[in-house]
Write a protein that binds this ligand. Sequence first.
Ligand code: CAA
Length: 377
Amino acid sequence: MNFKLTEEHEMIRKMVRDFAINEVGPTAAERDEEERFDREIFDKMGELGLTGIPWPEKYGGIGSDFLAYAIAVEELSRVDASVGVTLSAHTSLAGWPVYKFGTEEQKQKYLRPMAEGKSIGAYCLTEPGSGSDAGNMKTIARKEGDHYVLNGSKIFITNGGVADIYIVFALTNPELKHKGTSAFIVESSFPGFKVGKKEEKLGIRSSPTTEVIFEDCIVPAENLLGEEGDGFKIAMMTLDGGRNGIAAQAVGIAQGALDAAVSYAKEREQFGKPIMKNQGVSFKLADMATNIEAARLLTYQAAWLESEGLPYGKASAMAKLFAGDTAMKTTIEAVQVFGGYGYTKEYPVERFMRDAKITQIYEGTQEIQRLVISRML
Ligand code: CAA
């Protein structure tokens, strides 16, 4: 076994860390406050090649792997989890299914601009009545000649409204339920595509989350992804990898909170000495650091498995489960280390704490991760 990252991985980490600290960090608190998505940040990620890390160069990517991608999401989230999830949903949830199931034409038309950072991707599975029970969707796609007509609505769509390309799951044969589900590549410019309500959220506030509505939305037949009836499997397989992107986001959030807590504990003096000198604080920090390292190892392992072409669904669910809980626990403790100051917006730990919560919810709640893991035991 070798736990040493390659030179390429270290180089990507350094590049993303520099970018995150210099270009993302300075406006993170302000964008959170204003719930403002900044396309310029995404464009710059495109220029750096971050929007297509695991995809081959012939599809506009940089030809690296899923570990490099996890490292990038981690480093961004260490500074700003909203930017982290923008990249994660874009890559894992929108790019991946096109890479895996798309025709050559679909890859050139849709994966390439996403990989180059010219288009933003999103994934539309959840509906008002089907969250954890994803197979219970109601959105319909009716075939009419050379196109499909989509009707229905999706909610909680990450990158909603700012994305150009949406991977949409809809029923082509409602009687067959999940076996009658199909996947489509939908452009935001297609007639009948509408963006609905934008959610006001506790955390990841500068990452837009919206409703997406299809009102007789016309989708060309060539935009069917895979075969009719493949949709549910495509959705599930996409989430297998997506969950590790969220694990990486959670590791980044936790590390960002720990970094802030350690430097504060070393400098804040009470009773004549830095609070770090108290075991009540230093042991807390030791536990935080240990949990983060374990979460990181699970995350990197799942990413490595995917890069090697080995089964990674269980590893990815375990990584998301453990890293999400670690992010929540760590950020709560980081606020505690800061005391009253941690509860204010003067320091970033309250934002990390608000951002951490979603990692226990999206791309499958922690309870769904346990279901996925236990079914594989
Ligand atoms: N890979 C391939 N196939 C899979 C699969 C996987 N990981 N998981 C299930 N399947 C297949 C099964 O083999 C089965 O196939 P057959 O019918 O041919 O036998 C079929 O799919 C149905 O599987 P299940 O019987 O296991 O289905 P279920 O109804 O019991 O549900 C579930 C399974 C795991 C609970 C699933 O519904 C699930 O993952 N729910 C959570 C959904 C979720 O994570 N939503 C998040 C949306 S994205 C988001 O959060 C927003 C964002 O933008 C970030």
